[in-house]
Structures are given as C-alpha cells and as structure tokens.
Write a protein that binds this ligand. Structure first.
Ligand SMILES: [Zn+2]
Length: 303
C-alpha cells in the first residue's frame, strides 16, 4: 500500500487535517511556518479521542494559527476537549504558536526539561510541566510514551503510540527537507546517531514527521538517515586522512557532493561530525599554529 493510499483523500490538502483510517486519533495539520527550505510547513499534530493534545503548533502567523484553532473548535463541537500543548523541542518553527494556542484554550504547555531550559530565556514562552523519558501521556486508546531522543536538540522527544498508530518523530527525520545538527545550537551528532539507532530498533511502523507526510515504513526512512550520516562520517575521516586539518580545508573534500550555496549549513554539519569523532576518540583537536582562534583536527591513527 502506498503512503497516499492510506491518507484520507479529501483531507490531503495543505493546511487541512490528514489522518489514516487505522489511527483516527492522530491528526496531522500542516501549518505554514518559518522553517528551513525546501520545507515550508511544520506539522501540528492533534492526538487523542475525548481528550486531546496538540504537538508543535509552530507557526507565528495568524492565518496559520487560525487554521489550527478552527480545527480544534470543530473537534470541540464534537465533544472533544484540548488538555495541553506539547513541544517536541525548542526550535522556533515548532514553538512559535504555542503560547497563543495555550492562551486561547486555557491549557498548559508541556516539554522536556532541556526544552524548558532552552526556552527559559524567552519571556513569551512558559513550560508548565516537564516531560521525562518513559512518561505515558494518557491520550488515544492506550496512551503515548515519551522517548527522549537528543541530538538534533537536547530536549528532543518522540511520542510512541501504544495502540500502534505510529511514532510522532518530531525533527528526528523528515519526509520533506533535511534535518540539521548544529553544535552552535546544542546539536550533538553522536547523540543524534544514538537516537536514530534507538528509533531503528523500534522496528517497522508508521512515522509521522514534523515536516512532510506520514511514512508507512518508518524503519526504512530512519535507516536511510542513519546510513547517510555514517557515509558522511566516513567522508570526513577520508578527508582527514589526506592531511586536511581545518574546517575550511575539510569542507570541500567531505562535502564534494554539496552545492557551495549550502556550505554554511554543511560547515555546521562538518563541525558536528568532527566533535562526534572527538568524543569517540578517533580524532584529536588542537589550536592552529597560524591562528590561535582556529582549531586543527587530526586522525589519531595518522600519528
Ligand atoms: Zn528542529
């Protein structure tokens, strides 16, 4: 069965709720958001039956926020009630509509403690309750368990439907656009790879990403992400083996398949890989002779 075959055809329009017949308690509502191109929308998910939570209302724009509010009002008119807003992590394109929505429905905002910490500096965002690994949110037929999956962001969580509807994967993977691991924003490639491995162990199931449509064989998507990152890590190691030892020298070698226009993003990714290799003991870092502010990287085995 293809992905599109399981989506309710009449609901498969942008900004319209989408669901699957086997798990009607999970509703995907793509909202236009200031996310990273080529993605243009962040999915807000409304999960539950009589009691509902909204995950990642990420649009700061009134028209998109209105679309979500009106979808919730429709559910409310059917006797369903919003109980909380949940944030998968702290990024702008996931949290920007949270306070407006929480205020409109007088509900609390829940997130992991590291997300609360990251958002603590913003007076316009308040986390009322902290979520932890292993918590079960009592929504849907059997609840959703909280998986702490750091790497893309320190407080990143996924929600696993205990009734088999799938995994709400946040920004662990995407079916549209790409996932950035930025050390400047507390991204950690070693943790991200571990979190991908953990999702892979969950086996075959539907994945609901924050960007793009649902993916039925989620293990294949996660496997592709893991493979892609490990391939890149190998290219970074190969680039180091040539004797290149600075970010500037390594970048065109390790990212020779990447357009120059994307180098600023690639540079972040390269640094993330180098820090992961440093953590695993494969690489040493030391101040550059030519510039004390710069760092050089060398393979340990090359000494
Ligand atoms: Zn993100």
């Amino acid at each position: 069965m293809t992905q599109s075959a399981v989506l309710t055809p009449s609901l498969a329009q942008p900004d319209q709720p989408q669901t699957v017949a086997s798990a009607p308690w999970i509703r995907r509502i793509p909202l236009r958001s200031p996310t990273l191109p080529p993605a243009t929308h962040t999915n807000a998910y409304v999960i539950g039956e009589s009691e509902l939570v909204v995950i990642d209302p990420g649009s700061p724009w009134p028209d998109a926020q209105h679309a979500l509010v009106s979808a919730l009002r429709t559910l409310e008119s059917n006797g369903q009630k919003l109980s909380a807003v949940v944030l998968s992590h702290h990024h702008f394109d996931h949290v920007s509509g949270a306070m407006d929505l929480a205020a409109a429905f007088s509900v609390p905002v829940w997130a992991h403690e590291h997300t609360a910490r990251r958002l603590g500096t913003r007076p316009d965002l308040r986390i009322d309750e902290q979520l932890r690994e292993g918590d079960v949110l009592p929504f849907g037929p059997r609840g959703f368990s909280v998986l702490h999956t750091p790497g893309h962001a320190p407080g990143h969580i996924c929600l696993l439907d205990q009734a088999g509807g799938g995994l709400l994967a946040g920004d662990m993977v995407a079916s549209q656009g790409t996932i950035i691991v930025s050390p400047q924003d507390e991204g950690d490639m070693a943790l991200y790879l571990d979190s991908l491995r953990r999702l892979l162990q969950l086996g075959r199931q539907r994945i609901w990403p924050a960007h793009g449509i649902a993916v039925e064989e989620g293990d294949k998507l996660v496997g592709r992400y893991l493979e892609h990152r490990l391939l890149r890590e190998r290219k970074v190691v190969q680039a180091l083996a040539t004797g290149a030892d600075t970010i500037d020298a390594l970048l065109p070698l390790a990212y020779d398949d990447t357009p120059v226009a994307l180098y600023p993003l690639a540079q972040e990714s390269l640094l993330a890989h180098l820090l992961a290799l440093l953590t695993s003991g494969q690489v040493d870092a030391m101040p550059s002779d030519s510039s004390p502010a710069a760092v050089t990287y060398r393979l340990r085995t090359a000494r």
